[in-house]
Design a binder for this molecule. Structure first.
Ligand SMILES: [Zn+2]
Length: 323
């Protein structure tokens, strides 16, 4: 029997059901909120998270995979309270979310040491609890794969090889980070099907996307609603072309919705958020957008119910289950 770790314990992989692979109920700039906790309203964050959790449950979602890692404010207690209150299954990660910066503690230690931290979260539990991480998160963005980013990717790969946990790598197609990220994981010996290159759907460059898929990895079409990176119509057209080319077994769909960010509680103050919204950056962004607009449009364009089930149920199960 294959099992998956959730914040409320280990479950049979068959119990995952309909799964959103990339959403953020909680996030914070963790150094800031650790030093000035008065700027956070945890009750408001909890209430907003409950609201989205209930909304996705209304669309049949049973599991949400939350890639909130170190430096993005992973909070195992808040996640567990949310899961216990709503009955939603939440899957947490280990890993580091940075585009280059590392705190001194990690800047002065090597990839194997960082891997041992990831392994700790997967085998022992997160933040002093017995809640175990189910996958490993890392990132590359505008600065590219810098030496620090390469070190974290190698650490993620080594922790994956030791534990069987899959890897989700935030990427930035506009900076062409994906191929080098994949190359590092494969150099380290990670099986390609255990690797998910998140945010690949931010581009409609099929040559770039198929270049990644040819290496055998999975891709995240996971930022629906973030029009600032790519509008929905272009995301849908790309999605349909990839389905027609037979890639359904390695595609994920999600929104990368981040509740604190979307509500002006963290990265951006409310007035900056208003300017972004006025510019059309993320008009439709939300945790139920794909169910309300995107999936119906994809079905209209030819996606079968079986393909929909593969992408939202079977792929998450296969990727999260150690082989
Ligand atoms: Zn994300």
């Amino acid at each position: 029997m294959s099992t998956v770790q959730t914040v409320t314990g280990e479950i049979d992989a068959d119990e995952l059901g309909l799964t959103l692979i990339h959403e953020h109920f909680f996030s914070s700039d963790e150094a800031v909120s650790a030093q000035w906790p008065h700027i956070r309203d945890r009750q408001q964050e909890h209430d907003l998270a409950v609201e989205s959790a209930e909304a996705v449950k209304g669309h049949g979602v049973r599991t949400v995979v939350e890639p909130t890692a170190m430096l993005l404010g992973r909070d195992v207690q808040a996640s567990r309270e949310l899961a216990e209150e709503t009955g939603l299954q939440i899957v947490l990660c280990t890993g580091i979310y940075t585009y280059d910066y590392l705190p001194q503690f990690l800047a002065n230690r090597d990839a194997d040491f960082i891997a041992s931290l990831f392994v700790h979260d997967i085998e022992n539990g997160i933040q002093g609890t017995d809640v175990k991480a189910a996958f490993i998160k890392c990132a590359a963005d505008e600065p590219g794969v810098t030496p620090n980013i390469e070190k974290i990717h190698r650490a993620a790969a080594r922790a994956s090889l030791q534990t069987g946990a899959p890897i989700m790598a935030h990427s930035r197609p506009a900076s062409g980070t994906g191929p080098r990220q994949v190359e590092i994981f494969l150099e380290e010996g990670v099986p390609p099907e255990r690797i998910q290159i998140a945010h690949t759907g931010d581009t409609d460059d099929l040559g770039y996307i198929e270049g990644l898929l040819e290496s055998g990895v999975c891709i995240g079409m996971d930022r629906y609603g973030l029009d600032l990176f790519l509008p929905t119509a272009a995301r849908n057209a790309t999605f349909t072309k990839l389905l027609n080319r037979g890639y359904e077994d390695r595609m994920f769909i999600s929104q990368d919705f981040d509740i604190p960010i979307a509500n002006g509680l963290d990265w951006y103050p409310p007035e900056v958020l208003e300017q972004l919204q006025a510019a059309g950056a993320a008009t439709d962004w939300g945790m139920t957008f794909i169910f309300e607009e995107v999936l119906p449009a994809l079905s209209e364009a030819g996606m079968t119910d079986q393909q929909r089930n593969t992408i939202l149920v079977e792929n998450p199960k296969r990727w999260l289950t150690a082989s």
